[in-house]
Design a protein around this ligand. Structure first.
Ligand SMILES: *[C@@H]1O[C@H](CO)[C@@H](O)[C@H](O)[C@H]1NC(C)=O
Length: 290
């Protein structure tokens, strides 16, 4: 494979989507140009709108702020100032269109305790194509997984013996968990900022709740006012945006000015397309294959 040709082809992956969206860019050579930060913001806003999960990072407070929490939870000593990140449900539910993610904060969760103690946050979001590529850069086919008991994942279940017998523990194919595409080549970003309550957002029949439940039907059980946990809708106020669009020879990598992130319109991100949104895409795609 000729890397140069492949590079140009892949660049077009990103620019096709961006070009559709960025009507403000009158003309460009879609084979040769790295997307601008604004075009990347358009793609990022589409990713935010289409992606239900992110990884939210906070920092553990210093001793004074965590007084009372630590003994209650049997927290180990030495957490002060350490970062902590975990998967969270995210959505894009605010009507102001500024691209501040919507999160249902469960007060008892460590992330939200850290935020309540004053931590800033960072939310990592990655683009996961809904379809595997028809043709991928490299890699082998993996066997279809058999339905297994959770215990077998720990090496405790009955079906483990069979597996060991067949394949032998030491010859386990760790590559079976490989992604069906080159994830390094796909866009991802980190939104840096802080959490704040959405005023009036906790109305279970309101816009925020109904939008959120559309993305996360199971979350209807822990909406604000549920009997088990204290929950509140919060927004991640985006203060900074760091973007990695893919390989650096064809994608923008760097800080996106927050004004650009906020300026992207719904129409722009709705018209954009990301790699792998359509079936039959190829990782070394040429323009129009998306
Ligand atoms: C959070 O970030 C802001 C900058 O946006 C900074 O001024 C503030 O000190 C940070 N808060 C903490 C607790 O580190």
């Amino acid at each position: 494979m000729k890397p140069v040709a492949a590079g140009n082809a892949l660049l077009s992956c990103f620019t096709v989507g961006a070009a559709a969206a960025a009507a403000s860019v009158p003309s460009f050579d879609h084979d040769l140009r790295i997307p601008t930060s604004y075009e990347s913001a358009v793609l990022g806003r589409r990713i935010l709108a289409l992606t239900p999960l992110g990884t939210l990072a906070t920092v553990f407070p210093h001793a004074k702020e965590s007084d009372g929490i630590a003994p209650l939870e049997r927290r180990p000593p030495g957490l002060d100032g350490l970062p902590y990140s975990l998967m969270e449900y995210i959505a894009d539910c605010e009507e102001d269109g500024l691209g501040n993610p919507t999160i249902l904060a469960i007060t008892i969760g460590t992330t939200f305790k850290n935020a309540a103690a004053g931590s800033n946050v960072s939310l990592a979001v990655q683009w996961t194509p809904p379809h595997p590529p028809a043709k991928r850069i490299e890699g082998k086919k993996t066997k279809k997984a058999k339905k297994r008991s959770w215990l077998s994942y720990l090496g405790w279940g009955d079906d483990v013996k069979e597996g060991h017998h067949k394949h032998g523990r030491h010859h386990h194919d760790y590559h079976s968990a490989a992604l069906p595409y080159s994830a390094a080549n796909l866009p991802r970003f980190s939104l840096l900022g802080h959490l704040e309550p959405i005023e009036g957002g906790d109305d279970r029949d309101g816009h925020v709740a109904s939008c959120y439940v559309k993305s996360h039907p199971d979350a209807k059980y822990w909406l604000p006012g549920n009997r088990i946990h204290q929950a509140h809708f919060v927004r991640l106020v985006v203060d900074q945006v760091y973007w990695v669009g893919g390989f650096g020879d064809r994608a923008f990598i760097g800080w996106i000015p927050v004004e650009e992130w906020q300026r992207v319109t719904r129409e722009e991100w709705q018209n954009a397309r990301l790699p792998g949104e359509k079936k039959g895409w190829k990782e070394w795609s040429v323009a129009g294959d998306l």
